[in-house]
Design a protein around this ligand. Structure first.
Ligand SMILES: C[S@@+](CC[C@H](N)C(=O)[O-])C[C@H]1O[C@@H](n2cnc3c(N)ncnc32)[C@H](O)[C@@H]1O
Length: 210
């Protein structure tokens, strides 16, 4: 079956991660075949800068950086120990065009990136304890909506031409101004590419309308 070699490849790659994190890979981290396809969709031109929103232990960024060496991939991750793991992984693989920052994704400047990758970074806010990557991040279901709203605002403010790739989506359609460009199905996984084609100004409330 065609899915078998990809599984083996993921298993070998995940072996570079500590066991407790490796065990979560199948659910929480992007498979290699998906990461390669996403990387090409995100960075079709040399010099493009891509942000992985919620980069975990760096699997997507490291695979993507190997796949498209003429682009740069940055990961922002809220769990500090995962940032540490990601930096170790990048140096073990020997890839240079990748970096990781420890921060809440809402606290970094999105305007310096040309493309954004989302693999459900905020989904843990909605789930039961068994789904959590670990217990180091506090979760609260009301925060999911706040994060999604804040991410949509940042994407809305991005430049025309900005690319957005979602893996299993982030629970909603892309923000206004983004057009669906293409989708790819890899096994049971679906990647979608959206491209910002126009700037949509938030309508100011006319004072005369009260
Ligand atoms: C589903 S994992 C995806 C990991 C990686 N992008 C990949 O595809 O392999 C989502 C990650 O987002 C991180 N995360 C959740 N909320 C975050 C936030 N507000 N800012 C930065 N990272 C966040 C989680 O800690 C987790 O590592």
């Amino acid at each position: 079956m065609s899915s078998e070699p990809a599984f083996d490849e993921d298993r070998a790659f995940d072996h570079q991660l500590p066991r407790r994190i490796r065990m979560k890979s199948g659910v929480h981290f992007t498979p290699i075949a998906v990461a390669r396809c996403a990387a090409r969709l995100l960075a079709p031109r040399p010099g493009m800068r891509v942000l992985d929103v919620g980069s975990g232990p760096g699997k997507f960024c490291v695979v993507a950086a190997c796949e498209v060496p003429q682009a740069t991939f940055a990961g922002v991750e809220i769990r500090p120990h995962l940032v540490h793991m990601a930096r170790k992984l990048a140096s073990r693989v020997g890839v240079q065009n990748v970096s990781f920052v420890h921060a809440d994704a809402m606290d970094v400047d999105w305007s310096v990136y040309d493309a954004f990758y989302f693999y459900n970074p905020f989904a843990e806010q909605l789930h039961e304890e068994a789904f959590l990557l670990d217990r180091s991040m506090s979760v609260e279901s009301s925060r999911f909506g706040e994060y999604v709203m804040a991410a949509r605002q940042r994407l809305s403010a991005a430049a025309v031409g900005t690319r957005l790739v979602t893996y299993h989506s982030f629970g909603a359609s892309a923000p206004p101004g983004y057009d669906f460009a293409e989708s790819h199905t890899i096994g049971s996984d679906r990647l979608e590419l959206w491209i910002k084609t126009r700037h949509i100004c938030p309508c100011p409330v006319d004072a005369a309308d009260g």
